[in-house]
Each structure stands twice: as structure tokens, then as C-alpha cells.
Write a protein that binds this ligand. Structure first.
Ligand code: FAD
Ligand code: NAP
Length: 549
């Protein structure tokens, strides 16, 4: 990797940059660090007034990671990993936000990060082979490379419930929770949505509120986290063996060691042994329940055995049998949507101050000034919380006016679903990179593992271009088409296709139904990327001559 700053960089006007990075979550932070290492001039624009991305915005009560803390952290710096001490098995949002800030300080990133600045457009200038990036603060910068670190889950879904603006009480979104928190003591609170954000919020506020009413459209599978203070032996073992464990993560299916995937088949295991395995994994906690048997994700009959196990768990926890039945997912396979990892979720339904409204029976007709009107009655509330999810994978990119060759808008190119090569680049949009873009493992992985791999690929690619005097890289349309076909074929053989999930864009009215992440696993994907590089950036066209990177 080139370490010296090009002479041209120091002489450039401030608005002429080598690279613009959009977003200062973990992806933007690590990308900037890598570009600093190459000696490039780079600027990060971040819409929020702090770094941390997901963990800056989603400050709702109970927000925490669903992957064990030491795994959901950067691996690129041994010193960082050895110095940082996680306090809980599943780190809470404040700790993750502190970690992001520590990374920004430790690696001297702040001076190149412009906060409170939203990028509104990125237009490719074909004559200059540069991107003109405009912000809502009126800044226009010119950059050779434009790197979208805008996040897969950063564009919050807007309330699509009739009358949403009418409510006179307090309204909150889990995806933009107020700094300093909210005191719900004694209040009548409604929450709409029972995905991971809803589950964590419900579990945490139920003991605090006066009354809590949960408006549930689709129940989610949830497994216990068994969270608590981090086991010092686990933390010490991780640090002692970090290189081995990190390598195993990189070569694995979804970048999580604790997943411990079994090769045994549920359908070929006796009922007694199956039960023992499920119980052991339920006691261990986290996603490993989904990998208790190799056929759970591939065979509906095997999957149903897992569904049956979890349904019995829910019935054993929730005392009211009617409520228990409503909390059991029955319309899609286990793990075909992101599983929730909870800390006493089903248990809260045994409290006297919580009630569950099943929207399949009594849909919301409208939000009223006083509360929520369902088909059967009016409910009055002091506060309504929306935990209704995100316009995932493409939403943050769609909200920027991105135009490539010939003025083609990315949004138009993606009208029938996102088209990318490796989830990293788009044909017709030269020098525009997407970190964890659609078509890459992204949300089907430990995101930090995927973020590091993408940022490394991009930095190494830019360095390669500079050293070979190329100024432009873009995928060929043929390579893009082949990749999209490959991703679709892989997805077609999975149970993911049987759920109305945000993986498929099914949660956003009018969004094309296309499976967006790459389901082949982070290890296989990494090998593919490495082969592409080894074959001289196979599938990409490298053109132009430039000495200024
Ligand atoms: P983000 O953290 O989303 O950061 C993107 C940033 O870009 C944001 O700060 C946003 O403001 C900014 N931005 C977007 N558009 C613009 C624009 N036009 N101009 C300027 N700035 C812009 N993943 C896991 O692997 N494990 C987990 O346990 C996990 N838990 C999660 C919990 C929640 C509540 C959510 C919402 C997501 C979770 N994820 C989890 C996914 C999580 O998003 C990633 O793990 C990771 O934090 C993504 O980092 P990022 O930098 O790619 O994106
Ligand atoms: P989500 O999984 O999309 O859940 C949104 C919920 O809102 C669903 O229950 C949905 O019901 C409901 N909903 C949406 N619109 C509605 C409407 N108009 N009326 C009634 N209900 C409505 O979103 P999320 O909970 O924010 O989670 C998104 C992803 O972020 C997760 O899958 C995960 O990857 C990540 N995340 C992780 C954690 C963690 O544990 N670390 C925490 C939060 C988020 P339907 O299902 O019927 O549409």
C-alpha cells in the first residue's frame, strides 16, 4: 500500500479532493482511516451531528447489538482490539457509540468529517472523470472517487399509517430517538412494530411505563440473548487468540464465530437428540439456535421442527394462551427474516400493564388526535412510538440524486431493483463505490466484518489505480449482469424468498421485490473478490491516465 501523500494533494484547492465519503458510521470511519493511510485527501459528510451512524441515531431504550461484542468490533488494529474493553456480552448502544467516537479520536479522523451535512447530489462529470458532490449546506466539492458509506439501515421508513400527523401527544421513532432519552413514567404508551427495534424497546420500557399497548402486524421469531457482564475468560481468550478467530470469521458463512454451525440434519436426528440440541442452543443464546442443524435454512420440514420448538418455548413463557398464540410466527419460515435476540421479550407479556393488539384482526384505521383507532375501538395514548423499520439497502442511496454517465440517475437504473457488480460498484457510475451495497453479504453478515472487507477492497483498488496511472474504474455491464443473475439464483434456492421481509423490499409499498443481499456467505464472497483482483480486476474496465490518483 502506498503510504506517501501525493505531491498534488497538498497543492490542491480545498474543494478538489481525491475522495468524498458519505456517512460517518463504522464504514465511513474505517474508509477514511484507510484513505489517510494512502495519503489521499478525503472528506466525510455526515448528516447527523456525531459519528457512529446506526449507534448515533438508534438511541431507543434497550438498543444493543445482537452479535457478541468482541465479534461486532473492528479487527484492523491489534492495539485497538487489545485496549478496548467491552462490558457486556451484547454491547448496549451507548457503549457502541463511545467505541465509534474512540475510533474517530484514536485514528485522528475528526478533522476530515463534516457533521450536520447531508449530501443531496453526486453528479459524475464525464469530461473531468470526477464527481461533483453537493451538500444541503451549499458546499460543492469535486472528487475523483465518491464512496457511499450511507448504511443499509439508515433511511428510516416514514409512518405509512393514515392520520400519522394528527396525534397531539408525543411521537417518537426508534430510528431517531432523542438524545437524553424519554421519561415514560406513568404514561400510556403505544408502540407500532415488533421487529428487532420494537422488541428491544418493548422489553425495556414495559417496566417503566404506566400502560403499554403493542400494535403487532407480524410476530417475529426471537431467541434469548442471555446478556450480562462479559465473561472475563471469554474476553481474555478472544484477545489471546484474536488472529485465529478473526480469520475464522472472515472465512465463515456470516462472519460470526458464535454461530457454531452444525453439519447434522434435523430430519435425520432423533426427536430426543434434536430436542437436546435445541435446548442446549437456546440456553447458549443468540443466533446459534438457527444453525443448530444444517437443514433449518434449506428445508421447510426441517425448518418446521425449529418453528415447533420455538412455539413451545413461547407457550411455556407467556401465561395467557391467547396472547402466546398471537406471538408465535406462523406465516414464514424461521430465520427467513432477521431473528430478534432478546432479553426477556416474551416474559414482558406476563405483566399487567401490557396489552397486545393483533392488527390482523383489528387493523389500524387511523391515528387520531388522541391516539389510535383500530377497527373495533379508539385507544387513547400519551405517546406513540414508531418502530416500523427502514427502506433498507437502497433507501439512503435513493434519497441522494446520484447521476452517472449520460446523466443516468441511479434511482432510475435501479427502478426494477438494484443492479451492482459484487455490491461494490455499478456499471455507468465510474469511481462510485458502495460499502456493503446491495449484492454483497452486508445485512446477512456481521456487518463489521463486511465493512472492513469492502473498505479494504476499495482502498486497495484506489491504490492499484494510482500505481498503474489509471483514473477510472467501473464494472462492465456483462459482469454486472452475471453477478445480479448469480445473486438471484442463490437466493431462489433459499427459504428467504418465503418471507415478506425487508431483505426483499417487501416492507416498502411499491418497492420492487428483489432479494438484495448476497446469500452465499462472507467467506465465499471474499474469495470471489480476491479472485477478481488476482485476475487484474476481472469484470471491471480500468481506463484513463492520471498522475493525481
Ligand atoms: P450506518 O451506521 O447506518 O451509517 C451511515 C451513516 O450515513 C449515517 O450516520 C447516516 O446519517 C449517514 N448518511 C446517510 N445518507 C447520508 C447523506 N445523504 N448525507 C450524509 N450522511 C448520510 N448489524 C450487525 O451486524 N449486528 C447488529 O447487532 C446490528 N444491530 C443493529 C441495530 C439497529 C438498531 C440497526 C438499525 C442496525 C443494526 N445493524 C447491526 C446494522 C448496522 O447498520 C451495521 O452493523 C453498521 O452499524 C452499519 O454501519 P455503516 O457505517 O455501514 O452504516
Ligand atoms: P423491521 O424489522 O422492519 O420491523 C418493523 C416492524 O414494524 C415490523 O413488525 C412491521 O410489521 C411493523 N410495521 C411497519 N409498518 C407498519 C405499519 N404501517 N403498521 C403496522 N406495523 C408496521 O425494523 P426494525 O425492527 O427496525 O429492524 C430492522 C433491522 O435492523 C433488523 O432486522 C436488524 O437487522 C437491525 N436491528 C438489529 C437490532 C439488534 O438486535 N441489534 C435492533 C434493531 C434493528 P410487518 O413485519 O408486518 O411489516
Amino acid at each position: 500500500m502506498a503510504q506517501s501523500r501525493p505531491v498534488e494533494a497538498a497543492e490542491k484547492a480545498p474543494d478538489e479532493l481525491d475522495a468524498v465519503i458519505v456517512g460517518a458510521g463504522f464504514a465511513g470511519l474505517y474508509m477514511l482511516h484507510r484513505l489517510h493511510g494512502l495519503g489521499l485527501t478525503a472528506r466525510v459528510f455526515e448528516a447527523g451531528n456525531g459519528v457512529g451512524g446506526t449507534w448515533f441515531w438508534n438511541r431507543y431504550p434497550g438498543a444493543r447489538v445482537d452479535i457478541e461484542s468482541q465479534e461486532y468490533s473492528f479487527s484492523f488494529s491489534e492495539d485497538l482490539e487489545m485496549d478496548w474493553e467491552w462490558t457486556e456480552r451484547y454491547a448496549p448502544q451507548p457503549e457502541l457509540l463511545a467505541y465509534a467516537n474512540h475510533v474517530a479520536d484514536r485514528f485522528s479522523l475528526r478533522s476530515d468529517i463534516h457533521l450536520n451535512t447531508r449530501v443531496v447530489s453526486a453528479i459524475f462529470d464525464e469530461a473531468a472523470d470526477r464527481w461533483a458532490v453537493t451538500t444541503d449546506q451549499g458546499q460543492v466539492v469535486s472528487a475523483r472517487y465518491c464512496i457511499m458509506a450511507t448504511g443499509c439501515l439508515s433511511a428510516a421508513k416514514q409512518p405509512d399509517v393514515p392520520g400519522a400527523g394528527q396525534f397531539r401527544g408525543e411521537t417518537y421513532s426508534t430510528a431517531a430517538w432523542p438524545e437524553g432519552g424519554v421519561d415514560f413514567t406513568g404514561k400510556k404508551v403505544a408502540i407500532i412494530g415488533t421487529g428487532s427495534s420494537g422488541v428491544q424497546t418493548i422489553t425495556t420500557i414495559a417496566p417503566q411505563v404506566g400502560e403499554l399497548t403493542v400494535f403487532q402486524r407480524t410476530p417475529n421469531f426471537s431467541v434469548p440473548a442471555h446478556n450480562g457482564p462479559i465473561d472475563p475468560d471469554v474476553a481474555a481468550d478472544w484477545k489471546a487468540n484474536r488472529e485465529t478467530y478473526r480469520q475464522m470469521e472472515r472465512e465463515s458463512g456470516i462472519g460470526i464465530m458464535a454461530l457454531d454451525p452444525s453439519e447434522a440434519l434435523a430430519l435425520e436426528t432423533s426427536r430426543e437428540d434434536r430436542e437436546r440440541v435445541f435446548e442446549e442452543r437456546w440456553a447458549r443464546g443468540g443466533f446459534c439456535v438457527a444453525t443448530a442443524f444444517a437443514d433449518i435454512g434449506a428445508d421447510l420440514d426441517a425448518n418446521n421442527l425449529a418453528v415447533d420448538f420455538i412455539a413451545r418455548k413461547i407457550r411455556s413463557i407467556v401465561r395467557n394462551p391467547d396472547v402466546a398464540e398471537r406471538l408465535i410466527p406462523k406465516t414464514y419460515p424461521f430465520a427467513s427474516k432477521r431473528i430478534c435476540v432478546d432479553t426477556g421479550y416474551f416474559e414482558v407479556y406476563n405483566r399487567d400493564n401490557i396489552s397486545l393488539v393483533d392488527l390482523n384482526e383489528t387493523p389500524i384505521e387511523t391515528i387520531t388526535p388522541a391516539g389510535i383507532r383500530t377497527r373495533d375501538r379508539d385507544h387513547a395514548f400519551d405517546a406513540i412510538i414508531f418502530a416500523i423499520g427502514f427502506d433498507a439497502m437502497t433507501g439512503a442511496l435513493d434519497r441522494i440524486d446520484i447521476r452517472g454517465r449520460g446523466g443516468l440517475r441511479l434511482k432510475d437504473k435501479w427502478a426494477e431493483g438494484p443492479l451492482t457488480y459484487l455490491g461494490l460498484m455499478v456499471a455507468g457510475f465510474p469511481n462510485l463505490f458502495t460499502i456493503t451495497g446491495p449484492g454483497s453479504p452486508s445485512v446477512l453478515s456481521n456487518m463489521i466484518v463486511s465493512i472492513e472487507q469492502h473498505a479494504d477492497f476499495i482502498a486497495d483498488c484506489i491504490d492499484h489505480l494510482a500505481s498503474r496511472q489509471f483514473s477510472v474504474i467501473e464494472p462492465t455491464p456483462a459482469a454486472e449482469k452475471e453477478w445480479v443473475t448469480h445473486v438471484n439464483e442463490l437466493a431462489a434456492g433459499t427459504l428467504y424468498m418465503q418471507a415478506n421481509s425487508w431483505y426483499l423490499g417487501a416492507n416498502i409499498p411499491g418497492k420492487p421485490r428483489v432479494f438484495m443481499p448476497y446469500p452465499g456467505g462472507v467467506g465465499v464472497y471474499r474469495e470471489r473478490c480476491e479472485a477478481v483482483v488476482a485476475n487484474g480486476y476481472e469484470g471491471f474496465a480500468l481506463t484513463g491516465a492520471s498522475t493525481a490518483v
